[in-house]
Design a protein around this ligand. Structure first.
Ligand SMILES: [Zn+2]
Ligand SMILES: [Zn+2]
Length: 147
């Protein structure tokens, strides 16, 4: 384990995510009043929280935000942010990729939701807490400043 300070985009991003995790959310902020997954229209997921905040997540965002260990590691290595699409490899021809959409949506206990994505990926468990902390709306984005 090295303790040398290094600063990369991903180190900053990890620091930001860890700082977010340390914050305690008011219970009502991480408790959905309603969850709507627009599977047939492909319009993503809408959550209304008990504190009346509303979040919208596109399926592409959710796929690129997958919180499983493999995706976390990949993001850490490439400096990709949660919800940010992977950069195409330099020199690689652009490949057509089916837009991300869930084939199946499974509630995980009372605290999370998981998706079976059309690319076969199934390991991400999206807790309400994670979704609220990473809410991609402008208001929340503006609030997420590294302290
Ligand atoms: Zn994943
Ligand atoms: Zn928000």
């Amino acid at each position: 384990m090295s303790h040398e300070p290094y600063k990369t985009v991903s180190a900053e991003e990890m620091a930001r995510v860890k700082a977010e995790e340390r914050k305690t959310l008011p219970a009502a902020a991480a408790d959905p009043k309603s969850v709507k997954v627009n599977k047939s229209t492909g319009a993503g997921m809408d959550i209304e929280w008990k504190d009346s905040h509303r979040s919208h997540y596109s399926f592409a965002w959710l796929r690129d935000a997958c919180p499983c260990a493999t995706c976390n590691e990949e993001r850490e290595q490439t400096g990709r942010k949660i919800g940010q699409p992977p950069a195409s490899k330099p020199g690689a021809l652009p490949m057509y990729k089916d837009p991300a959409r869930p084939l199946e949506i499974t509630p995980v206990g009372r605290y999370a939701i998981s998706f079976h994505w059309n690319d076969g990926h199934t390991t991400g468990i999206y807790s309400w807490d994670f979704l609220r902390r990473e809410c991609p709306c402008e208001e929340c984005k503006a609030d997420r400043v590294i302290s």
